[in-house]
Design a binder for this molecule. Structure first.
Ligand SMILES: Cc1cc2nc3c(=O)[nH]c(=O)nc-3n(C[C@H](O)[C@H](O)[C@H](O)COP(=O)(O)O)c2cc1C
Length: 223
C-alpha cells in the first residue's frame, strides 16, 4: 500500500520521439525506489497550426516540419495543448518539468503549459526541477525552463540535461535522418553519423539526478 507520508512527485513532460519519456521513466523508477510517490503527466499538443506534423513518427516532411518551427520557437509562440487532470493544481512536494529542445528553446507544448494559468497554479509555491533533452544544444532550453518556472512562482531546486552524441554537423545529420526515417542508421547522405538517440549514460545520469532530488525531499533526520 502506498505510504501517504511519502514525498509526492509529478513529472510533467512532452515527447515526440520518446527520448524525454525515457528520461522521465528512468527518473520515476529511481524516485520510487527512494520511497517517493511519482506520477507522470504528458502534455498533449493539439494546436491545429503546428501539432498535426507531430502526430506521426517519423515526420512526413522532415525538413519542412523541423525548419517550419524556427520562427515560432524563437518568438516564444504558445499553442493549444491538453493538460492531463493529474497536472491540475495538486499537492505535490516536487514538480519536475521535462522538455525536448526545439530550436534552442523549450518545445512549444511545454512553454504553453508553463505560461498557462494551469501551469501557474501547479507550480506556484512548489519546489520544482527542470530537465532539458536535446540532440546537442540543451543550455538555453534549461535556462529558459528555469526562468519560466521562477516567473510562475516556483521554487527552482535543480536542473539536468541529456543529449545524444556527435559533433555539430554529424549530430544534425543524425537527427534529420532519424526524424525522417524513424530508425537509427550508420550513414546519411553518404556521411557516417552517430546514433540519434540519447547516449546510454542517460540511465545512470537520470538516476543520479533523481537521487539528488530525493535527497532534497527527505525529511530532516531527527537528532
Ligand atoms: C522541431 C525540432 C527542433 C529541434 N531543435 C533542436 C535544437 O535546437 N538543438 C538540439 O540539440 N536538438 C534539437 N532537436 C532535437 C531534439 O531536441 C531531440 O531529438 C530530443 O531528444 C527530442 O526529444 P523527444 O524524443 O522527447 O521528442 C529538435 C527537434 C525538433 C523536432
Amino acid at each position: 500500500m502506498a505510504d501517504s507520508t511519502a514525498p509526492s512527485v509529478l513529472i510533467v513532460y512532452y515527447t515526440y520521439s520518446q527520448q524525454t519519456l525515457s528520461v522521465a521513466e528512468s527518473m520515476a523508477s529511481r524516485l520510487r525506489e527512494r520511497g517517493c510517490r511519482v506520477q507522470l503527466a504528458k502534455i498533449e499538443f493539439t494546436d491545429p497550426r503546428y501539432a498535426p506534423r507531430f502526430s506521426q513518427f517519423p515526420l512526413r516532411h522532415a525538413y519542412r516540419d523541423i525548419f517550419g518551427m524556427v520562427l515560432p520557437q524563437f518568438r516564444g509562440v504558445t499553442g493549444q495543448i491538453r493538460i492531463p487532470d493529474v497536472a491540475g493544481a495538486g499537492r505535490y512536494d516536487l514538480v519536475c518539468i521535462a522538455s525536448p529542445t526545439w530550436w534552442l528553446h523549450p518545445c512549444m507544448p511545454i512553454r504553453s503549459f508553463l505560461e498557462s494559468d494551469a501551469g501557474r497554479k501547479l507550480i506556484g509555491g512548489k519546489r520544482c526541477a527542470a530537465v532539458a533533452v536535446a540532440h546537442r544544444y540543451w543550455r538555453d532550453d534549461l535556462r529558459i525552463l528555469k526562468k519560466l518556472i521562477v516567473k510562475q512562482g516556483g521554487d527552482y531546486l535543480d536542473g539536468s540535461h541529456f543529449t545524444a552524441g556527435g559533433g555539430p554537423v554529424d549530430s544534425m545529420l543524425a537527427l534529420l535522418s532519424y526524424l525522417s526515417t524513424g530508425v537509427t542508421k550508420e550513414r546519411y547522405l553518404g556521411f557516417r553519423i552517430p546514433p540519434a538517440t540519447l547516449q546510454p549514460s542517460y540511465v545512470d545520469q537520470s538516476r543520479a539526478f533523481a537521487d539528488r532530488l530525493a535527497d532534497r525531499l527527505a525529511p530532516p533526520k531527527s537528532w
